[in-house]
Design a binder for this molecule. Structure first.
Ligand code: ATP
Length: 343
């Protein structure tokens, strides 16, 4: 296999600390395994905006287009100018966020292993808002059959591939949003018929929010529209102990982007205390996607090794501050590298 071109956006706030960990892991893989990467540093975010007047300058955009995949640290004030542009350009239609209970991390249940599959291209996030009169604002909620079908197909395929409970629940509010969420629910129902091996159910979003706290271990794949997915996936991250453990993928047909679920966390930036796991688990997801796309099973194994290294450290209570430990970002990364060297 050749070298995979990874465009790396450092990001703002804790972004540089997290991407520093990520870079060290990718360099370790380069030097010690058959997985080879060209890391292409991309200027984008708040600093790029100050320097060039654009959060995603043309030359950065071009460099990302030439790469195989993008790994992104969290961007601060200018987040929307970067991620929304990339999502739109590459048509990254599925936002995939796993939430899993890891050892020795406070979680509502020790057996949570779920994935939120959130439609990523429409809904109120298209930002079609206008003033109807001086007193009233209107926001349009866009839901198309094509997008519903594509995200439903993605969710069912993910349920098949995943070593999970083989369940898909579609989450909506079709009793109130009869047309838009009615369409989403109907398409999910229709698609479910193609996958008899997967148990299909439906939940109203309010019930889903409640059950995520009451019985989070019952969920496998949650498929939902953009706004509900945004909210539920943050809730799910918290159910299993916080944002520091949360990776995310933005998946398209040809290109994908991987990033932590959280933002730039300016309150802890520069202190060497951020948990790099969200970023390292994003690398794991990236390696799985590359493995699938380029039929390179070694990448899948390397991704699994990264997660196993983190699990092994957690079992020994070696943790960062956000999850009840004392290790710094750099110390935790050093230990991950040490674990990896044993595999
Ligand atoms: P945004 O609005 O972009 O989501 P935010 O500042 O509201 O960003 P986040 O940055 O997502 O929120 O994070 C909320 C809090 O969670 C942070 O202030 C920080 O204390 C904590 N946090 C987030 N990520 C991490 C991490 N990787 N390690 C440790 N703590 C984190």
């Amino acid at each position: 296999m050749g070298k995979y071109k990874v465009s790396l956006i450092q990001g703002d706030g804790i972004g540089p600390e997290l991407t520093n960990s990520a870079r060290r892991i990718l360099e370790y893989l380069n030097d010690n395994t058959l997985a080879k990467f060209d890391i292409i540093e991309i200027e984008a975010g708040d600093d790029a905006f100050i320097k060039y007047g654009q959060a995603l300058p043309e030359f950065s955009f071009d460099a990302i287009k030439k790469s195989d995949v993008c790994l992104k640290g969290p961007v601060g004030e200018r987040a929307a100018d970067v991620i929304l542009v990339l999502r739109r350009f590459f048509d990254l239609y599925a936002n995939v966020r796993p939430a899993k209970s890891y050892p020795k991390i406070k979680s509502i249940s020790p057996d949570v292993d779920l994935v939120t599959v959130r439609e990523n291209t429409e809904d109120v996030y298209l930002g079609w808002e206008f003033n109807a009169d001086s007193d009233t604002v209107v926001t349009l909620r866009i839901i198309s059959e094509k997008a519903c079908r594509r995200i439903a197909e993605y969710a069912f395929k993910a349920a098949i591939i995943r070593n999970g409970k083989k369940r898909v629940v579609s989450v909506h509010k079709a009793n109130v949003l009869r047309k838009s969420d009615g369409l989403f629910r109907n398409i999910c129902r229709e698609v479910s018929k193609k996958y008899p091996g997967i148990e299909y159910s439906e939940l109203y979003v309010d019930a889903a929010a409640m059950n995520l706290i009451r019985n989070p271990e019952d969920f496998d794949i949650i498929v939902t529209t953009n706004l509900f997915g945004d909210i539920l996936s943050d809730e799910a991250a918290q159910v299993v102990g916080g944002l520091g453990m949360g990776p995310a993928a933005n998946i398209g047909e040809q290109f994908s982007l991987f990033e932590p679920v959280h933002g730039a966390a300016f309150d802890i930036a520069g202190k060497n205390i951020a948990n790099p796991s969200s970023m390292l688990l994003s690398i794991k997801m990236m390696l799985e996607w590359l493995s699938d796309k380029f039929n390179d099973v070694n990448l899948y194994i390397q991704g699994k090794n990264i997660e196993n290294a983190i699990i092994s450290l957690l079992k020994k209570d070696q943790k960062t501050k956000d999850i009840g430990g004392r290790l710094s970002t750099v110390e935790f990364t050093n230990l991950v590298l040490e674990e990896l060297s044993r595999y």
